[in-house]
Design a protein around this ligand. Structure first.
Ligand SMILES: [Zn+2]
Ligand SMILES: [Zn+2]
Ligand SMILES: [Zn+2]
Length: 168
């Protein structure tokens, strides 16, 4: 099983997450012989500024703020499409928002654990989950082509706060 849940749901050195994500992106682009342009890199950086998914409009605003000039929606969508195609980011359908992928080029389940309180989203890839869904689909004579699983609840940090108000 691959997951970044432990990290995401705890205070951690997030600068390391960002730099790791960017070096993964650079390596992947070099490998695929595609260019991580300034805009693409900036969008990826913005998506990695936290572990909370961002919508395209938020990205557009933040990008405009960053480069100090208005940004047209297609600029954002083109960058997102590029990053999605390389598997560097994911779109979480129910939130209509995007998040950086912590393990591009690995087995995926498209499973996200999203905290209702703080909004962080952790990604999980689990062969057993995929197998189960394949099995269920097979038994229903359903040809499974893609999947997206979004679990909503409380991250460990937020559930601690809820269970023990007033205590540290
Ligand atoms: Zn982080
Ligand atoms: Zn991923
Ligand atoms: Zn939380």
């Amino acid at each position: 099983m691959l997951t970044n849940a432990k990290l995401v749901h705890q205070p951690h050195d997030h600068e390391r997450c960002i730099s790791a994500a960017l070096s993964r992106a650079k390596a992947l682009c070099a490998e695929q012989n595609v260019r991580l342009t300034t805009t693409r890199e900036l969008v990826l950086r913005l998506l990695w500024q936290s572990h909370q998914p961002l919508g395209a409009y938020q990205l557009q605003d933040q990008l405009a703020e960053h480069i100090n000039k208005p940004v047209a929606p297609p600029t954002v969508y083109r960058a997102l499409e590029f990053l999605l195609r390389l598997g560097l980011i994911h779109r979480i359908p129910s939130l209509n928002a995007y998040i950086g992928c912590p393990f591009p080029n690995n087995e995926h389940s498209n499973l996200f654990m999203i905290c209702n309180q703080c909004g962080t989203a952790a990604e999980v890839a689990d062969k057993a989950v995929n197998k189960l869904l394949q099995c269920v689909s097979d038994r229903s004579h359903f040809t499974l082509q893609s999947q997206s699983l979004e679990l909503f609840g409380l991250c460990p940090q937020c559930s601690n706060i809820t269970e023990a108000p007033g205590y540290d």
